[in-house]
Design a protein around this ligand. Sequence first.
Ligand code: BGC
Length: 690
Amino acid sequence: MRKLVAVFFLLFSIAAYGQDRVDRLLSRMTLEEKLGQLTQLVEDEPEFQPALQKGLVGSILNGEGAAKTNQLQRAALAGSRLKIPLLFGYDVIHGYRTIFPIPLAIASSWDPQLAELSARVAAREARAAGIRWTFAPMVDIARDARWGRIAEGAGEDPFLGAVMAAAYVRGFQSSGLLACAKHYAAYGAAEAGRDYNAVEMSERTLREVYLPPFHAAVDAGVATLMSAFESVNGAPATANGHLLDEILRREWKFKGFVVSDWDAVAELINHGVASSKEDAARKAITAGVDMDMWDNSYSTLAASVRAGRLPIAVVDRAVRRVLHAKAQAGLFDDPYIDERAAAAVTLTPEHRAAARRVAQHSIVLLKNERDLLPLAKSGRKIAVVGPLADSKDDMLGPWAAQGKGEEAVSALEGIRAVVGDTVAVEQADVIIAVLGERRSMSGEAASRASLDLPDDQQALLQSLVASGKPVVLVVMSGRPLSIAWPAEHVPAIVEAWFLGSESGNGLADVLFGDVNPSGKLPVTIPRAVGQVPIYYAHLPTGRPPNPQDKYTSKYLDVPIGPLYPFGFGLSYTKFDYSDLAISAPSMRPDGSLKVAATIRNAGDRAGEEIVQLYVADPVARVSRPVKELKGFQRVALKPGESRRVEFTITRRDLQFWWHDGWSAEPGEFKVWIGGSSAGGLEGKFDLVSK
Ligand code: BGC
């Protein structure tokens, strides 16, 4: 249904402007005007003003604010012979002015409705500021926590990633902002987590792990995609015909347009696949990059076309796509924005409430010895310490658009709003240590070679623990940190990521028990950086790790396995799983099976559990991952209440990429229902050929 709505929105907008009108417009354009439509610039580039005055800019990046965008639009329309409006693009990643938790945190909610809500709110605020197009969602799978951009996506898993990708697309586009799934593709697999670095990967891994969120975004009707910076098996993503043409256009039937990442066209020269800007531009547009971000390389294509080095049809194809997107954004109907509208829809109490709700659900409780949490609201003196405790700016996380630190609620403020005054460590009964990364330590160009708590934070934590007082560790970070020492010595640990404008309130809601935490990890937390990449859906090895046997797959100096597994997260109550049942012993390829289990709230508090379904194919013609997530459901249960939770399995959940197609092999499959990727109730069934 949702997919239908998205598709309808797209078709309706295009129909309203009309294919014919786009074609008619195109037929009247000069070559330079066409290339202008394919050029995206920022205002401070020297080329910008002259190009704008001649109507040769198609899109502006980073121009925002109603008055500003209107002023730029007026200048563009005055310069444009055919009165083609500008498209304003901006990085609205997790909020515009009301900042939501970072996407990795939102993924911890495992709740696509919350992702969609955050995108709707962001779109409403951005739209009122003249933005028509966001460079989001970022849907890169990331299995290497050294990579700073892990913060911007939904973590390590393609299934969860695909669900979230579709939700963001629906959220943005249903509220009038064109979305852009990025960075196509496999950008998250950069060698050793070094940003912008090369990727080598099999076609199978590409198809099974890195592409599904993009495919889901396309199926949800995403208007645009952004090509990535890095090379994939030696072919830079921004000139990669396999990705951009064969898969995206021919297989997935994507109809929108592709924009390059910032300077990625010109960087084809650095990659060593182009000899000049013109060569780079020709390769990018031919592969399927329709718009060039920032480096103004496409202006060189006039010479290419005139000299017969590039067919005009390739340029026309790209221009047509861009004009359609402008029609879809409503720009031909009304290119301006009401300058008085923003105040009423920006940082409203309703938007802040939405951000708080999402923050509450993004928190993951990792450890809670002897029920230290939730804390009582009165009667105990609380100290709140650590470099992030009152740092309002850091709460916003990377890519905070127009978010302002002074409008964010810090952890300390949120806690004080509940308990009144806090005290110094010496007087305290309980210590809350708010540690982790500064916001500048994650996001783009923020790879780290260490996953430890930065600076001397661990020493601080050790001294707090040495005081003998109970310590609650709140970790703020844009990536999983290797908190092996705290996991052993600190009684309560909360992973809060960066929670946005309502950070402190959302955090306090959980710490003091107004909200029972329900987040689950969308990424594996390693014990040490040396284990990275570490993820649950790994392939088996001929020598599975065995602590008693030296010649097995493990490290000598860290225990086997992750510190906390994918899908893990505690609650203030406890959930029991029982009675796994599979509807039939076997399934035909065109059929389906139901797998069900009973979940019971065995504690004395109401709570929500994210029930997860995993499958594995233990014998196939290629090694298959030891487990793969194929479904999840959030269930709310009162104390003592139980619920039967049922999942449907179809062939799609059992298939793998084999040569040039998807294949599901007859034989036995395993299935688990549980509260994380580790353990769970186990069953099996057969896939039969007929
Ligand atoms: C980033 C993109 C972003 C673009 C525009 C690039 O450096 O990789 O994610 O959308 O800048 O700001």
